[in-house]
Each structure stands twice: as C-alpha cells, then as structure tokens.
Design a protein around this ligand. Sequence first.
Ligand code: UDP
Ligand code: MG
Length: 313
Amino acid sequence: MKITILIPFYNEEEMIEKTHQVLSKELKTMVEFEFELLYVNDGSSDHTLELMRKIAEQDERVKYLSFSRNFGKEAAMLAGFDHASGEAVIIMDGDLQNPPYLIKEMIAKYQEGYDVVNAKRSRDGERKTTSFFAKIFYKVANTMMDVELTDGVSDFRLLSRPAINAITSLREYNRFSKGLFSWIGFKETVIEYENELRQAGQTKWSFKKSLNYALDGILSFSNHPLRMIFGLGLTCIAIAGLYIIWLLFNYFSDPSQAVSGYFTTIFTIVFFGGVQLVSIGVLGEYIGKIFYEVKGRPHYIIEESNIKKGDQE
Ligand code: UDP
Ligand code: MG
C-alpha cells in the first residue's frame, strides 16, 4: 500500500531539512507501508529549492515539483493532488507544526474505512487576537456558507483516492480548500492534537492575508451577501416609506412648518449613497470572481520537477 505525503514549501530554508529528517524518522516506524514524499516548492525566493533538490538526490522516495513563482498554498496543494501516486494522500505543513506522529493514527482511521481524516488542533500558544478573529470567522462563515467548517481543523489531513479524485475534478480558480474538502462529502472523521509552535522561519499569514482569505472563503461558498443586499434594499425602502408618510402627516397637521428638514435631506442622501456603494462593492466582488474564473488560466506553472511524464498512475 502506497501513501503519498504531500508538503508545500514556501521560503522554508530553515525548516525543510529538519522537516524531512523528522518525517523520515517517523516513517521508519511504519515499514508495512510504501511512502512517496511529494514536496512542492511554491516559488520560494530563498534556498528552499536547492535544499529540495539535494534531499531528492539522497532519498529516492522524494518527488518534487517547483513552481515558476509563488502561486499560493492552495495551488501547491492542488498540484500535489494532481501528481500524487499513492492510494491515499496526507497533506502536511512544511514547518513541523503538524506533528508527524499523527500519520500513524490517520492511516489507522483510513484503514477503518474513512475517506477523509481531519486533524484538529487546539489553539494553545496562539496569539490571542488570532484565535479571537478565527472564532469570529467560523461563526460568520458557518451561518453564511453552504458548507460546514470546524474551528481548528487545518489543512493537515488524509484523503483517500476517491476523495482526491473528487477534489482534483473541481478546477475552480478561487480555491478555498477548507470549503472544498467539506463540499465533496465522503465519510470523514476528526482526530485531535496539541498545537505546536513554529520552530524557525516566519509565518506567511499576515492579518491582511488572513482577512482576504476569510472573505474569499465566504464569497466562494455562498451567495448570501448578494441576498443580504436585497434584504437591505427592501428594509431601506420600507423605512423611507414610513418616513414619507410621517412627513406628509406633519405637513397636513401644520403646513406653516413646511420648509424644514435640511438635516434629514442630507442624512437620506448620505445613507442611501452608502447603501448603494456597499451593494455595488459586493456585486463587484462576485464579478471579480467571475472575471478570474472565465479566463480559465492554469492554477500553477511547474518550472522544474523530478517526476517524469508517465511516472504517475
Ligand atoms: N505555504 C505555501 N505557499 C504560500 C504560503 C505558505 O506553500 O504562499 C506553505 C508554507 O511553506 C507551510 C504551509 O504552507 O509549509 C503553512 O504556512 P505557514 O506555516 O506560514 O502558515 P501557519 O502555520 O502560520 O498558518
Ligand atoms: Mg505554520
């Protein structure tokens, strides 16, 4: 039985060798399986690729793909799924934040018949603000999105061959894996582990990047924001209607006071202007998504690899 371990690396020169070492040591305890180590270099600008080549030379289980530039972790994962030859794929981070000792447990669950095995981490040691915003995101996401997301479930997971085939058949450009993994269905389970802190190198997630990620997720998995605009418009019309009735009532009860309402005029203009701008913004977001989707560009471009054509399958 062959299992692919898929790891995306982006500027991980400080971690890649250590990760490979720790992983190899762990895999030695599982002699009953054959492993393929599929490393994806996501256009790193440091020495990650050189180290990757070196590792691949020393260890024949290592297959690598190298992108022509940084395409993002989603693209790196997709490339990995496209090129994996194992009957199951385990996807991990390249910074040892996903402890390799869980691999054994994941495979055991897979053998019990689960197609998707998720690893859920605690949020210990994480920055308070990060946990706080993550919590809000999951609350909002789960009320707005058409799929169910679990807090703390990272991309660290095992996928069976049928699940991988389902994932790779989804070629949408705006990829939000957390949603896609849930969307495909299949029998899934969760195992829990303690959060590990990054030992070296930098996280690639700034606040702005995380916020964009959250927005992308919500927008690509629901049309609720569009519907909200509709609701907002209706509410405004209702309020405006009541307001006009009230004005008319005032006018007829005391016509001498007719020329007043400077404040209310300005207020209505500004308020409705705001509502319109927000609405156009939401429409724009969706049109932007369509724009990228329609171009049908590839998700990634591979510049270098040690996988020969026809090597897979
Ligand atoms: N990563 C990637 N491309 C990117 C950003 C990140 O392949 O554009 C990889 C990175 O090298 C690491 C994993 O994705 O292996 C998770 O990234 P990171 O540790 O920065 O995320 P965090 O653990 O802080 O959420
Ligand atoms: Mg990390």
